[in-house]
Write a protein that binds this ligand. Structure first.
Ligand SMILES: *Cc1c(COP(=O)(O)O)cnc(C)c1O
Length: 393
């Protein structure tokens, strides 16, 4: 560190800089996070959520460019002031039809959709139940809501039921559809029944299911044939299989009007650029009609799972494009990620606090942009790394 910085830090914090101490502690535990600029065309990317390869699709890109010409780049304000364009409106109508819900509402990101919806629906005196492995945005929504907030063990319906029996008042259950760091799916049919029996609202964040699961890419609720009546609050994002950016909540007229009135992350933020809304409309058409993308993805998933089983690789149980390879130790996960990069594969190491302590993993994601040969080469490399069990750093 430059001398000048040290002096400034000492001036602000006294002799020991507490921020630097915290950063050093992360480094010593193998938990330090850093960013990497990704622009090497020779590296095969196995960590993107662009499952259907739509982020670079020519129709999606063309729709984006045309809308930028028509509307300009920014939306100029929040939806309730003057940021709500025809592009946003049409996308909302198409999403309502796509999900079989009465209405849909756009949010600028999935994080905001989750934070804002939970806070609009429950507060002090209400009860909120979330799966322990839910996405951070859902957990943050719970913490900030002021509701009586309980986290049940992953997919544990028995524990959830006990908690529901004890709760008196307004109740909301919230779960990921496809779990983002494990790739497994929530027992949604059973959760929907439990929610009805206990007169409880159910919210599902299907960020990783949309585009990938269901006949038309309608996600886990389409695959399980669950309607608005079963899952009244359905959340999806555009940054994953849709290949664009932003998010939505779908549900009843009353739900959407409630969010428009009370969701602070909807009211107090700039609307998505209309060009993003137009790009997402183009992407939605492809998601629905080009079923070959889901079929190819499923073939790659099967190839990867079968290959990994033959090689005895410690894959975690998942049928989705999220295929985590269990490592445990954080240093080793980081080291393996570096070794994979040297071999030409981009695979991210996921470490605590994103996942529980001693449960670091390599989160491998498959995409339509991969070919069978990429998957075979990745498997070979993983096998070599597993054999060497190289813990040195
Ligand atoms: C990515 C993700 C989000 C956040 O969506 P953004 O649009 O990236 O903010 C929320 N929930 C889950 C399960 C996710 O995977």
């Amino acid at each position: 560190m430059a001398r000048g910085c040290d002096c400034l830090a000492m001036h602000v914090f006294g002799l020991v800089n507490p921020l630097q101490t915290k950063l050093n502690a992360l480094k010593s535990q193998g938990l330090y996070r850093s960013r990497r600029i990704i622009d090497d065309k020779n590296i095969v990317n196995f960590c993107s959520n662009d499952y259907l390869g739509l982020s670079k699709n020519e129709n999606v890109v063309a729709a984006f460019k045309k809308a930028a010409d028509d509307y300009g780049v920014g939306s100029g304000s929040a939806h309730l002031i003057c940021g709500h364009s025809k592009a946003h409106h049409l996308l909302e109508e198409e999403l309502a039809e796509f999900t079989g819900r009465e209405r849909a509402l756009l949010f600028s990101t999935g994080y905001m959709a989750n934070l804002g919806s939970i806070n609009a629906l429950v507060g002090r005196g209400d009860f909120l139940f979330e799966d322990k492995l839910n996405h951070a945005s859902l957990l943050d929504g719970g913490l900030s809501s002021g509701a009586n907030f309980k986290r049940y063990l992953h997919a544990d319906l028995t524990q959830l039921e006990k908690l529901l029996y004890k709760a008196r008042g307004e109740k909301l259950i919230v779960t990921d559809g496809v779990f983002s760091m494990d790739g497994d799916v929530a027992p949604l049919r059973e959760l929907a029944i439990l929610a009805k029996q206990h007169d409880t609202l159910l919210m599902v964040d299907d960020a990783h299911g949309f585009g990938v699961l269901g006949q038309t890419g309608g996600g886990l609720t389409e695959e399980l044939n669950l309607t608005q009546n079963d899952v009244p609050i359905l959340m999806g994002t555009f940054g994953k299989a849709f290949g664009t950016f932003g998010a939505f909540i779908a549900g009843s007229e009353t739900l959407i009007e409630t969010l428009i009135q009370f969701s602070r992350t909807y009211i107090y933020t700039t609307a998505l650029p209309p060009s993003i809304a137009e790009a997402t409309r183009a992407s939605l058409k492809i998601v629905i009609t080009e079923t070959w993308r889901r079929e190819k993805l499923q073939t790659l998933i099967s190839q990867f799972k079968t290959g990994a089983a033959q090689l005895n690789l410690p894959l975690m149980p998942s049928d989705s494009p999220i295929q985590p390879l269990f490592v445990g130790d954080s240093f080793r996960a980081s080291k393996m990620s570096e070794q994979l990069l040297e071999a030409g594969f981009l695979v991210s190491a996921i470490r605590p606090p994103t996942v529980p302590k001693n449960k670091a993993r390599l989160r491998i994601t498959l995409s339509v942009l991969h070919e069978a040969e990429d998957v075979s080469r990745l498997l070979e490399t993983l096998c070599k790394l597993e054999k060497t069990k190289d813990y040195s750093i």
